[in-house]
Design a protein around this ligand. Structure first.
Ligand code: SER
Length: 595
């Protein structure tokens, strides 16, 4: 049966509504209950408290379409079915119906051509949990499917790794039964069966029998309620229903793919080109949906902002691979809105924010790439090669992706020693970890975007004090929360109004100039030689990290920082107070900060 996304969403909601389920809206992509989780990665995630026993205001039968972002499989994107952003159709029973009824309803929806999907029974393959030391094989699920007409040779018993579902290490979970559709390709090998990655069997629906809770110590205890949690991937279901080779031919992707091909001027892509086109299409959709969320996320170097940055930068790189050397990501936003805007009006509401941030990020990254290319080519000319260490310096200092260094080397018939690159990378990570243990963490409350922005602002304030007050105003301590920065410096007086004004004006000017921030690792002696600010007299390790803001500030620090000063908003000193004979405490904040 041919079916487009709007009709599939409508049928799913309607079918379960008629079975007594309340339709609930998609929750925000950003989990409200658990700040440590970056994005909603399953339909059940916003419902965890209810799966653990809290009564849901809309009852014990629920259905919805939830927007999700999963980045675990980001490197697989480009094949026929992996995606970072996807929509999950789900129905839930919170201690209401159980296994047999859930399977019977699923079967009806799968087969019914009028109100469901109209699939043939013969293409369905089912997996069930084979059992382990703690929980026995799910014969009840297998028997139920068989009674409903699925032949035994289409029911497969798979182990914990395939047929047990949990969101994380702890929390509500249980065995599941998964529904696969045989899309008619050849068996890739004799033991090809559901779960094989060849693409013959496409998983479209997962029914989880959520009746356990895993505690911190690993023990499994029965939940108060036996719950059902199901999830059907909208894009995969569309692929199967419309008999398409991949999710990228479905109507939710079509306008985006068409636009990418048009920009790249490619009408018959090779396999490699198609791979790149799919990655760009997936990543722009995810980034646009993340930016569309009303929380006003922006690309950055930390947490959610970092995911967005990574998605956009990979998309640009793939664009370069396709020969796209113009700004193009902004042009892909209208087709994303065309395919998803009717369902998610936040895309329309926040269109300006999405476009501005995507275009800004593309500009930044293209500058980084240009600069990196120049330096890599110069190094190659001077030394005749690009070593693993060079690749690391380019990456750490200029943000230049290692894949691009590899590419340049390959174009010159050479190879970059990636082992050496990894060693440098590991060593650098260790330095950062060690440094974080020291006091140079600068008293950051957390690594949220607000705190990281204020941390960079602290470096600018410190540099300004050196410039306008005295080259001896050493930092004595710093403490940063989401709301404000606090910097204690060695000074035996308050600042004059003129000094305050000069400092604020200078810092705001640096912010406006959108200077890049980068770091290098070096010996403490070298840092001192380069006049980096720091706590001299302190004991450092063998190597330190030195952060630079353009040419205006250099400071020993373990980070993290924003990548460009333009991310900061407006800087204002709000208070100054003398504490003790030789210490001045300053407080400052950033207003009109983006997130
Ligand atoms: N939680 C299960 C999944 O995400 C079913 O919804 O696959």
């Amino acid at each position: 049966m041919r079916m487009m996304a709007p009709e599939l969403r409508r049928r799913y909601l309607q079918f379960f509504k008629e079975k007594g389920h309340a339709i609930i809206p998609s929750a925000s992509l950003i989990p409200q209950l658990d700040p440590t989780v970056l994005f909603q990665s399953a339909g059940m995630q916003p419902l965890v408290p209810y799966l653990l026993g809290q009564p849901h205001p809309q009852g014990s039968r629920l259905v919805n379409v939830q927007k999700c972002i999963r980045t675990d499989d980001i490197d697989e994107v480009g094949d026929t079915f992996h995606l970072t952003f996807f929509e999950m159709l789900g129905n839930w029973s919170l201690g209401n119906y159980w296994k047999q009824e859930a399977i019977a309803m699923a079967m009806e929806f799968l087969l019914d051509p009028e109100i469901g999907l109209g699939l043939e029974k013969s293409v369905l393959h089912i997996t069930v949990f084979e059992g382990d030391e703690q929980v026995s094989a799910d014969e009840e699920a297998a028997d139920t499917w068989e009674k409903l007409g699925i032949p035994r040779n289409h029911i497969h018993y798979l182990p914990y790794k395939d047929n047990w579902w949990a969101l994380g290490d702890t929390g509500p979970q249980g065995p599941d039964t998964e529904i696969f559709v045989d899309i008619g390709l050849q068996y890739c090998e004799d033991n090809c069966r559901p779960g094989c990655g060849c693409g013959k069997f496409v998983e479209i629906w997962n029914l989880v029998f959520m009746s356990y809770n895993r505690e911190e110590d690993g023990t499994l205890t029965p939940l108060k309620n036996k719950n059902i949690d199901t999830g059907m991937g909208l894009e995969r279901a569309l692929q199967v229903l419309n008999q398409l080779p991949s999710v990228f031919e479905t109507d939710v992707f079509k306008p985006i793919i068409v636009k990418i091909k048009e920009i790249a001027q490619i009408s018959n892509p090779s396999t490699d080109q198609m791979h790149a086109i799919r990655i760009i299409a997936d990543h722009i959709r995810s980034a646009a949906m993340a930016l569309a969320d009303d929380q006003g996320l922006v690309p950055s170097n930390v947490e959610r902002g970092y995911v967005i940055r990574r998605l956009l930068r990979v998309a640009i790189r793939r664009g370069l691979q396709l020969g796209i050397d113009q700004f193009f990501l902004g042009k892909l936003v209208p087709p994303v809105i065309e395919s998803l805007g009717d369902e998610y009006d936040e895309l329309i509401r926040n269109k300006d924010h999405i476009l501005t941030e995507i275009e800004k990020e593309e500009k930044r990254f293209r500058t980084t790439v240009r600069r990196g290319l120049r330096i890599a080519e110069r190094t190659l000319k001077e030394k005749g090669e690009l070593t693993g260490k060079d690749a690391f310096t380019l990456f750490a200092t200029y943000g230049f992706p290692v894949e691009m260094t590899v590419q340049i080397a390959e174009e010159n018939g050479q190879q970059v020693n990636l082992e050496e690159f990894r060693k440098e990378f590991e060593q650098h990570r260790q330095i950062s970890r060690d440094a974080t243990q020291q006091k140079f963490t600068s008293g950051l409350a957390d690594h949220s975007q607000e705190v990281v922005c204020l941390h960079t602002a602290t470096h600018l304030l410190h540099a300004a004090l050196h410039k306008f007050v005295s080259s001896r105003v050493y930092q004595k301590g710093s403490n940063i929360t989401k709301e404000r920065l606090r910097l204690d410096v060695q000074l035996n007086r308050k600042l004059t109004p003129e000094e305050l004004e000069k400092i604020e004006t200078w810092v705001n000017d640096i912010i406006k100039r959108d200077l890049p921030i980068s770091f290098e690792t070096m010996s403490p002696e070298e840092a001192q030689k380069q006049r980096a600010l720091g706590f001299f007299g302190e004991k450092y390790g063998e190597q330190v990290k030195v952060y630079s803001v353009g040419e205006v500030s250099k400071e020993i620090c373990s980070g993290p920082h924003v990548s460009c000063t333009g991310e900061l908003g407006e800087f204002k000193i709000t208070k100054q107070k003398r504490i003790g004979a030789d210490t001045l405490r300053l407080r400052a904040m950033l207003t009109s900060q983006k997130s």
